[in-house]
Design a protein around this ligand. Structure first.
Ligand code: AMP
Ligand code: TRP
Length: 336
């Protein structure tokens, strides 16, 4: 039995939760409602580890000068959104080298056919044709190693990552079959809103498609994005009634508006007694109310660089300890 540190709460063993986020600039409401809001809810229930996955971020072209800022911003955004460093570990992937060591080992238990079936691989290698590289192909192996190095049991992610967690289970099963049952098979946990569409209403919200609303948008920028945003195309004029089910912005209303407001906009839209402008104003107000405290916390943390770096360093050192135990157990089992 491995000596690995396991957290107890009220005398009960807490399952370990692991998730990751890329340092790709600003966090958007897709990340928030698809994953982060769920992470926050689970902080007291699991032994939580969150990772800023810089090694995953280098699988597509990136700006070297911006990397450290993006990592720092990702930490600040996540803490501001509610990841309390007192209740979890938040660290940078490349600071714990055992992730990549285990990725190599697990690559020997991964079938190439499985990797080539991954939707994200197909999309990204098409999007970055000139840069399609092995890292993009083996991305899910590193993700599996991220989880397995901490013996993660639950993995809260958005819908786009389910396929990767399924493959992680398979890779881990292959490993466990060949050696002792050392690694738990992880399960994904989805938020009630696992897929948030972008402002274009056609694609999932994503920074790279520039169809996103940042979690710390100013009120002015928020309105600049919402004012021209697509609604139900049947509402050409004010007197044309619409169908909220066909309006992308109504899906946003469901994230932040009260039941009374939802009733008001459904009534207003279907009877054409409320125009899209007024409907967007309500949405803008509610997003702003969500973002206000997050923006304030971010502004404060941006001035507390040492505190943030200290959280990352301390978490990395705790993670390193767990990771070293797991890798030595794995090597022992493999006769290495
Ligand atoms: P990423 O920024 O790609 O590292 O994603 C971080 C987390 O946010 C992952 O769990 C994703 O599945 C989730 N996520 C990203 N975009 C969306 C979206 N548009 N809707 C729901 N979840 C998302
Ligand atoms: N691939 C995930 C994403 O793009 C990020 C990630 C890396 C991750 N390692 C992970 C998520 C391990 C969950 C578990 O969103």
């Amino acid at each position: 039995m491995n000596k690995e540190i396991k957290k107890m709460k009220k005398g009960k063993y807490m399952k370990r939760l692991f998730s990751g986020i890329q340092p790709s600039g600003t966090i958007h409401i897709g990340n928030y409602f698809g994953a982060i809001s769920n992470w926050i809810k689970l902080l007291d229930k699991y032994d939580c580890i969150f990772c800023i996955v810089d090694y995953h971020a280098i699988t597509i072209p990136y700006d070297k000068e911006l990397m450290q800022k993006r990592i720092f911003d990702a930490a600040v955004d996540n803490i501001s959104a509610g990841l309390d460093p007192e209740k979890c570990k938040i660290f940078v992937q490349s600071h714990v080298s055992e992730h990549t060591e285990l990725a190599w080992i697990l690559s020997c238990f991964t079938r190439m056919g499985e990797l080539s079936r991954m939707t994200q691989y197909k999309q990204k290698s098409e999007q970055h044709k000139a840069h399609a590289n092995c890292g993009l192909f083996t991305y899910p192996i590193l993700m599996t190693a991220d989880i397995a190095i901490y013996k993660g049991e639950v993995v809260p992610v958005g819908e786009d990552q389910i396929q990767h967690v399924e493959l992680a289970r398979e890779i881990i099963r292959n490993f466990n079959t060949a050696f002792d049952d050392i690694l738990p098979e992880p399960s994904e946990i989805l938020s009630p809103t696992p897929r948030i569409m972008g402002l274009d209403a056609d694609n999932k919200m994503s920074k790279s498609l520039n169809n996103h609303i940042s979690l710390t948008e100013t009120d002015e920028d928020l309105w600049k994005k919402l004012a021209p945003a697509k609604t139900d195309t049947n509402r050409q004029r004010l007197k044309d009634p619409g169908d909220p089910a066909k309006c992308n912005l109504f899906s946003y209303h469901k994230l932040v508006s009260s039941d009374a407001e939802l009733k008001q906009v459904i009534e207003g839209c279907t009877t054409a007694s409320m125009g899209c402008f007024d409907c967007k104003k309500i949405l803008c107000k509610n997003f702003s109310e969500l973002m206000g405290p997050i923006r304030d916390k971010k502004e404060k943390l941006m001035k507390e660089k040492d505190y943030v770096l200290n959280v990352l360093n301390e978490s990395a050192s705790k993670c390193r300890k767990i990771a070293k135990e797991t890798i030595s157990e794995i090597k022992g089992a493999m006769g290495l």
